[in-house]
Ligand binder design. Structure first.
Ligand SMILES: [Zn+2]
Ligand SMILES: [Zn+2]
Ligand SMILES: [Zn+2]
Length: 218
C-alpha cells in the first residue's frame, strides 16, 4: 500500500510538470497562438498569470471561490484528473489510486493557499513564486514539490532567499538537507534566473550575428 502510495506521489509530481507545461501553458507555435489540448484551461491559466503579476502574487479568484470561472475550471480539471487516474490505478495499486486523489486535493489546497497568502508561498513554495514572478514564466513547472523540475533541469531560481531548503522541498534536519543539496548540485543542478537571461541575450546576439554573416555572404 505505502510503496504504491509513494510511487503514486512521484507519478503525480511528474503529471503536474507535464500538464502544467503542455496543457496549461501550451506549446508555442511560430506565428500562431499557443496550442493546448484543453484550450479553456490554458486560457484560465494565462489569466491567472496576468492577475498574479499585477497583484504581487495574490489571485482574487480564490477569494471569490466558486463564483470565479477560473477557480471552477481548476477544481473541475482536478476532479477529472483525480477520477481518471484514481480509477485506472485502482485495479493494480490501491496505494497509487489513493495518491492520485491526494495529489489532486493537495495541489488545490497548496495552490489556493499560495495565492491567498503570498508571504507563506515565498517560504513554503518558493518554486511556484519563481514560476510566476521570474521574467521567464516557462520554467518551474511543479507546484506541490519541485521534484521533476530538478530531474528535468527546469528549476530556475531568482534569488538565494527563494531557494528551497533541499530539492525534495521537505523540512528535513540540516545535515540531510546539506547532503541532498550537494548531491543535486552534482547531478541535477538548478539554473539561476540571472544566468539564464544572460544566456538568452547571448543567444539573441548570436542569431543577429549569424543573420549578418549570411547577408554578407549573399
Ligand atoms: Zn503557469
Ligand atoms: Zn516563435
Ligand atoms: Zn499559480
Amino acid at each position: 500500500m505505502w510503496k504504491g502510495f509513494l510511487a503514486g506521489l512521484v507519478v503525480a509530481n511528474g503529471f503536474e510538470w507535464f500538464a502544467h507545461k503542455y496543457v496549461l501553458h501550451g506549446v508555442h507555435r511560430p506565428g500562431q497562438s499557443r496550442y493546448s489540448p484543453v484550450p479553456e484551461s490554458m486560457r484560465s491559466h494565462w489569466e491567472h498569470h496576468r492577475v498574479v503579476r499585477k497583484t504581487e502574487f495574490s489571485d482574487f479568484g480564490y477569494v471569490e471561490g466558486l463564483d470565479n470561472w477560473r477557480t471552477r475550471n481548476e477544481i473541475a480539471s482536478l476532479a477529472v484528473v483525480a477520477t481518471v487516474f484514481g480509477l485506472s490505478f485502482y485495479p493494480f495499486s490501491k496505494g497509487m489510486s489513493l495518491a492520485a486523489l491526494y495529489g489532486a486535493g493537495n495541489y488545490y489546497y497548496l495552490h489556493r493557499r499560495a495565492h491567498l497568502e503570498p508571504e507563506w508561498a515565498k517560504k513554503k513554495l518558493p518554486w511556484h513564486y519563481d514560476h510566476h514572478m521570474n521574467s521567464n514564466q516557462d520554467a518551474n513547472w511543479c507546484v506541490t514539490k519541485p521534484w521533476f523540475d530538478y530531474l528535468l533541469g527546469t528549476r530556475v531560481i531568482s534569488s538565494a532567499d527563494l531557494q528551497e531548503q533541499n530539492p525534495l522541498g521537505l523540512s528535513l534536519p540540516a545535515p540531510i538537507s546539506k547532503k541532498l543539496n550537494r548531491w543535486a548540485e552534482q547531478y541535477f543542478p538548478v539554473k539561476s534566473a540571472d544566468a539564464s537571461s544572460k544566456m538568452t541575450k547571448n543567444t539573441a546576439k548570436n542569431t543577429v550575428m549569424k543573420q549578418l554573416n549570411t547577408q554578407v555572404m549573399e
